[in-house]
Structure formats: structure tokens, C-alpha cells
Design a protein around this ligand. Structure first.
Ligand SMILES: Cc1ncc(C[n+]2csc(CCOP(=O)(O)OP(=O)(O)O)c2C)c(N)n1
Ligand SMILES: CC(=O)[C@@H](O)[C@H](O)COP(=O)(O)O
Ligand SMILES: [Mg+2]
Length: 635
């Protein structure tokens, strides 16, 4: 594919200088470029291919960046990034120092709002629209939100607010619903059925057919007028969006520039809240992705577009996600009370098999994390045992529900937190850095940090047996490769274990490891001849073990793949203080800053949380051969 037109577009202004009749070729080149680029770097695919025409039309019609575009989730913004001066940087996508996979205000003025978590775009765009009104600036704010992202309550909170005037001021916000009838998994919920009815109605079919007949070969100057007449004549079904105060237009074909451009031009010039419903195909233009939009939601790495995603020749290591999925099925087999819940992350959370085998106990509630937690609380009130499978970062959205609906009532809800710690390519918006700190401070909540795949299985079982709220956290990807034992055994509640005893006759250091950092800690300890404890629980913490280690060592070190502030290390120092024990404690964990996207191992090394980093920190704090420190009388 030649990129003749694309290579001449270094900003939307360049695009807007092209004749309207060139836009189709721009879109074709853009689609080919995005596919070629993602095939080299990996990253999100289906959503990007599905928004090529929309992106071209938006930057052609609106005066970006003065007119604001807010992309919901932002995983569909690679075409936007190519058209806004980052074409030649796409090779660095999601790599350390490279461009982000999501819009970032600090990356480009065209990225008007940082996204990554879904369903925030309407709120942000409404804010921008109202700001323009308050400041007397004439600009549009456009939110582009997918049908999956529309299932989150926050989207409707925003519609409810944006659809009415405030102090006589009405924001000029345009919401574009990009309806491809897909989330990551097939879509769920009543809204999806409602949108399907809108699309199946006679209006959309007639609009599509009519547009082709009325508008083909229409001279440009008559174009918009005829299209307006054509669609105005249609009986558009009353929609929920109009009930929220929006002028609803659509559904229209989101791949047809002959529909998109004049419609956007019309809507650009209208005042007040506007709502455009477009219909697209996830993966459009790439047959393999069109045929399997779930599989082609994202590419984990390089692939040959001619062949598509292939199963690697060597069997990849078992991931924590797979360990969870296997455990969930085994536990469901053993206990009919188990109900599995996911907020729209069936594949990512490893629940495909569970869905197949236990369809009546499987609930994908859509992108509705808050609802997923309180739904689980309701189930637990009735004696069932809900397991909420959720990414650490996405659980942040349901914090009040964890406290108010689950913990205060001390309900037996098990939170299986995947993607705990740094996640790598998705960067700061998706990092699960805070869950130890934000869960351990909740009364009644237990927090388990398994060190490897077998411990993960056993910790899930241990947590499931507990009659109260429990969080079990584990990282993205594979661990130390400890094959899970089929037999499920309850771990001693609140107890850790010593994995390595220092033989040093001089300075004795004890490293208290939480989670998968046990293994780099063991590696560092070999070189330092330090003791290593696998703590297993942040809460209840094994305070006896902490005190014993303090009594028999001269310094303690805590390591965790979570934020330092309020993390497991803080729990250890709190326990020492409570016991009146004074001993030097070095706490190692994630820093008080957002860690950018990149290779996870590299990022952990940069944070000093690989074996070399742990060793270096210990040597730096306590010396090469640490000298004996003053022992406190209280031991
Ligand atoms: C709060 C939150 N929950 C879950 C996700 C994970 N996620 C990313 S994209 C996506 C599906 C979005 O569907 P849709 O908005 O229709 O966009 P499409 O992928 O179809 O283009 C989900 C669930 C997220 N980014 N944010
Ligand atoms: C855009 C989004 O939020 C999801 O697609 C997310 O990127 C999935 O993350 P994993 O690749 O870790 O499942
Ligand atoms: Mg969708």
C-alpha cells in the first residue's frame, strides 16, 4: 500500500486542505497503515480499524484541536494519533519512552483528555463544553463513546447532566455513539438490545438505502442540503437519548464518509446537546478481525497480517489468569453456591471456560464495576458465594461499594484481583498499584498475596472458604512457574512462612516478601545471605512472625509490587510499633509516581524491584556487609 496522501498529513490542517473526494483514499491508506503498524508493535486492533472513517471525518469537519475530541477508553485512537502528527512515532507504541496506547494530554494537544478507563468521555466533554460557554469561547466538544462503554452508569450520569441547561447555559456537546455491537466480549445487557432495535428499525435500513440512491453522484454543493432533506423526511424512532435532552440523529453508517461528513457538518453547526448514533464494524477492513472481533480486540505482539494471530509454537507459561479460571471451575464444581461475576472482562479474567460450563452462575454485568460489587453483595446476603473477577485498576471504580455494601456488612465476597502491580504496555491508567493500600485499610477485609501459581490457587481456595470479604491479588501474566497442585488446601489463616534462613554470623537481615516478589527477594538473599519470609497475607498480617524476625535479626526489609504508601511495608511497621519493637526497616515497593508504559520486567527493574534492585537497596541502606545495628531493649 502506498501512503501517498497519508505521508502528506502531519496535522489535521493538512487533511482539511484536501478535497472531500480524497477522504476515501485517506481512510484506505490510514487503515492499511494502522494494520501494518500494529502488526509490528502489537496493541489494540479491532477498535482502531473500526474508527478509521469516523476519525477522518471528525478531523475533517471539526477545527481540531480548538474543537475538542474526547475518545472514550481511548483504545481506538491510533488513527487519531496518525492524523495528528504521530504517524512516524507509531513504531514506539506502548514502549518505554514511546507513545501511549491511549490519549495523553502530555503527548499531544489533540489528545484533549486522558482516557484508558471507560465511560468518562461524556462527562469530560460536557465539562469542556460548559467551560467554553462560561468563558464565551465558540468551540464544540465531541465525546466518542462505544456501545460497550455506554453500559457504565457514569455515561448516564453524564447524559443526565449534559442534557439540561445550567443557569441558562447549555453546553454544545456532541456525543457520538460508536455502535459496533461489541464490547471486548459480545455485548450484554438491555441497552444492547435497545440499540439493536434502533438499528433493526425501518429507519436505519431506509436511511442506508436511501442515502445511496438520493446522494450518489450528487454535486458537492447540493450534498449536505439533500442529505438533510433525505434524513429529515424519515420518521426517526423516539429514543432514550432524546429523553435525556439530546437531539438524536441516526443510526447512520459509520464507515460511509458520504454520510458521516455531511451529518457531522450539520451537527457541528447546531447548538445544544447533540447525539449521533453511528453503526460500525469492529475490525472493519481486515477480514480476520471482522470475523473474530473478540480475538482481534488486541494483538499481544507482532503478527503477519496475511496470516493473523497464530498460536505460538512453544506452549506459553501458565498465567495467573489461567490459574484463576481453572480454580473457578474446580471450585464451582465443588460448591454450588459459587457465582462468578465479571464487569465485561470475560476473556481478560479467564472466565470463558467457566461461562461455558456454568452459564447460570456466570454473570457478565457489562462495564459496570460498581454494580458488579453490590450485585455480589446481594448474592452473598442470600447465602451464595460470589467471586468478583476484576482487574485491580478497574476495582478502583467500585471502592465505595467494597466498603459500604460488602465490608460494613461483612459479606463473604471474594475479589479475585488480576493485573495487580505494574501491567506494562497499558501503562499508568491500567496499573494495579494501589489495591494493597486501598483494601487493607478496610475493616473486615482480608488481603492475600500469593507468591506463585500454586499459592494463587490455594489462596483463592482459602479466601473462598472465609466467611467475610477477601481480596486475592495476582499480577498480569505468568509467575515463577510453580505448577498448581490439583488438591485445594486451606492455607493457615494469617500465617506466613520462612523460606530461607540466614546463616550469617554477623549482620542478620530478614526480607519480608509479599506476593510474587518472593522470588527476586530469594535471589537477592542468596547473595546477601539474608533470611526471606513469604508473608502470604497482608491482612491479617502474621504479626508473630514479624516480631520473631525482628527479635532474631538486626534489620528488616519489606518488598511488594504495590505502592509504598500504605502498602504491606506500612502494615509491618505498624505491627512493630504496636509491639513496641524498634528495628531498622527498609520498605521497598512502587514509588509515589505514575509508572509509564513499557516492558514489565524493565519497569520493575527501573523501580528497583528486581533481584538486582532489591540487593542494591539493601546494600545501600545497610552497607556491603551491613554493620551490626543497636538492638532495642524491647525485643
Ligand atoms: C472502567 C473500565 N472497565 C473495563 C475496561 C476494559 N475495556 C476496555 S475496552 C472495553 C470494551 C469497550 O467496548 P466499546 O466501548 O463498545 O468499544 P469497542 O471495543 O467496541 O470499540 C472494555 C470492557 C476499561 N477500559 N475501563
Ligand atoms: C482497553 C482496555 O482497557 C483493555 O483492552 C485492556 O487493555 C486489557 O488489558 P489486558 O491486555 O491486560 O487484558
Ligand atoms: Mg463496541
Amino acid at each position: 500500500m502506498d501512503y501517498t496522501l497519508l505521508n502528506g498529513i502531519n496535522s489535521p490542517a493538512d487533511l482539511r486542505r484536501l478535497p472531500r473526494t480524497d477522504l476515501k483514499k485517506v481512510a484506505d491508506e490510514l487503515r492499511a497503515y494502522v494494520l501494518e503498524s500494529v502488526s509490528k508493535t502489537g496493541g489494540h486492533l479491532g477498535s482502531n480499524l473500526g474508527t478509521v472513517e469516523l476519525t477522518v471525518a471528525l478531523h475533517y469537519v471539526f477545527n481540531t484541536p480548538e474543537d475538542r475530541l474526547v475518545w472514550d477508553v481511548g483504545h481506538q485512537t491510533y488513527p487519531h494519533k496518525v492524523l495528528t502528527g504521530r504517524r512516524d512515532r507509531m513504531g514506539s507504541l506502548r514502549q518505554l519512552g514511546g507513545i501511549s496506547g491511549f490519549p495523553r494530554r502530555d503527548e499531544s494537544e489533540y489528545d484533549t483528555f486522558g482516557t484508558g478507563h471507560s465511560s468518562t468521555s461524556i462527562s469530560a466533554a460536557h465539562g469542556m463544553a460548559m467551560a467554553a460557554k462560561i468563558k464565551g469561547e465558540d468551540r464544540k466538544a465531541v465525546a466518542i463513546i462505544g456501545d460497550g462503554s455506554m453500559t457504565a452508569g457514569m455515561a448516564f450520569e453524564a447524559l443526565n447532566n449534559a442534557g439540561v441547561a445550567h443557569g441558562g447555559l447549555m453546553g454544545d456537546v456532541l456525543v457520538i455513539l460508536n455502535d459496533n455491537d461489541m464490547s471486548i466480549s459480545p455485548p450484554v445487557g438491555a441497552l444492547n438490545k435497545y440499540l439493536a432495535r434502533l438499528m433493526s428499525g425501518s429507519f436505519y435500513a431506509a436511511a442506508r438505502e436511501g442515502a445511496k440512491s438520493v446522494l450518489k453522484n450528487t454535486p458537492l454543493y447540493e450534498f449536505a442540503r439533500k442529505f438533510e432533506e433525505h434524513t429529515k423526511g424519515m420518521v426517526v424512532p423516539g429514543t432514550i437519548f432524546e429523553e435525556f435532552g439530546f437531539n438524536y440523529v441516526g443510526p447512520i453508517d459509520g464507515h460511509d464518509l458520504d454520510s458521516l461528513v455531511p451529518t457531522l457538518e450539520n451537527l457541528r453547526d447546531k447548538r445544544g446537546p447533540q447525539f449521533l448514533h453511528i453503526v460500525t464494524k469492529k475490525g472493519a477492513g481486515y477480514k480476520l478481525a471482522e470475523a473474530d472481533p473478540v480475538k482481534y480486540h488486541a494483538a499481544s505482539g507482532k503478527f503477519d497480517p496475511a496470516v493473523g494471530f497464530v498460536t505460538p509454537a512453544t506452549k506459553p507459561k501458565t498465567t495467573f489468569t489461567q490459574v484463576f479460571g481453572d480454580w473457578l471451575c474446580d471450585m464451582a464444581e465443588a460448591d454450588p453456591r459459587l457465582v462468578g461475576i465479571t464487569p465485561a472482562m470475560r476473556e481478560g479474567s479467564g472466565m470463558v471456560e467457566f461461562h461455558k460450563r456454568f452459564p447460570q452462575r456466570y454473570h457478565d454485568v457489562g462495564i459496570a464495576e460498581q454494580h458488579s460489587v453490590t450485585f455480589a453483595a446481594g448474592l452473598a446476603c442470600e447465602g451464595l458465594k460470589p467471586v468478583v473477577a476484576i482487574y485491580s485498576t478497574f476495582l478502583q471504580r467500585a471502592y465505595d461499594q467494597m466498603v459500604h455494601d460488602v465490608a460494613i456488612q461483612n459479606l463473604p465476597v471474594l475479589f479475585a484481583l488480576d493485573r495487580a502491580g505494574l501491567v506494562g504496555a497499558d501503562g499508568a491508567t491500567h496499573a494495579g498499584n494501589y489495591d494493597i493500600a486501598y483494601t487493607r485499610c478496610i475493616p473486615n477485609m482480608a488481603v492475600l498475596t500469593p507468591a506463585d501459581e500454586d499459592e494463587c490457587r490455594q489462596a483463592l481456595y482459602t479466601g473462598f472458604l472465609h466467611n467475610g470479604p477477601v481480596t486475592v491479588r495476582y499480577p498480569r501474566g505468568a509467575g515463577a512457574g510453580v505448577v498448581p497442585v490439583k488438591q485445594m488446601t486451606a492455607q493457615p489463616w494469617g500465617k506466613g512462612e520462612v523460606r530461607r534462613e540466614s546463616q550469617s554470623t554477623g549482620q542478620r537481615i530478614a526480607v519480608l516478601a509479599f506476593g510474587t516478589l518472593l522470588y527476586p527477594a530469594l535471589e537477592a538473599a542468596e547473595r546477601l545471605d539474608a533470611t526471606v519470609a513469604n508473608m502470604r497475607f497482608v491482612k491479617p498480617l502474621d504479626a508473630e512472625l514479624v516480631a520473631e524476625l525482628a527479635r532474631t535479626h538486626d534489620a528488616l526489609v519489606t518488598v511488594e509490587d504495590g505502592c509504598l504508601m500504605g502498602g504491606a511495608g506500612s502494615a509491618v511497621t505498624e505491627a512493630l510499633n504496636a509491639a513496641g519493637i524498634t528495628i531498622p526497616v527498609l520498605q521497598l515497593g512502587l514509588p509515589d509516581e505514575f509508572v509509564e508504559h513499557g516492558d514489565p520486567a524493565k519497569l520493575m527493574s527501573l523501580c528497583g524491584l528486581d533481584a538486582a534492585g532489591i540487593e542494591a537497596s539493601i546494600v545501600k541502606r545497610f552497607g556491603a556487609k551491613p554493620t551490626v545495628v543497636a538492638r532495642s531493649a524491647a525485643r
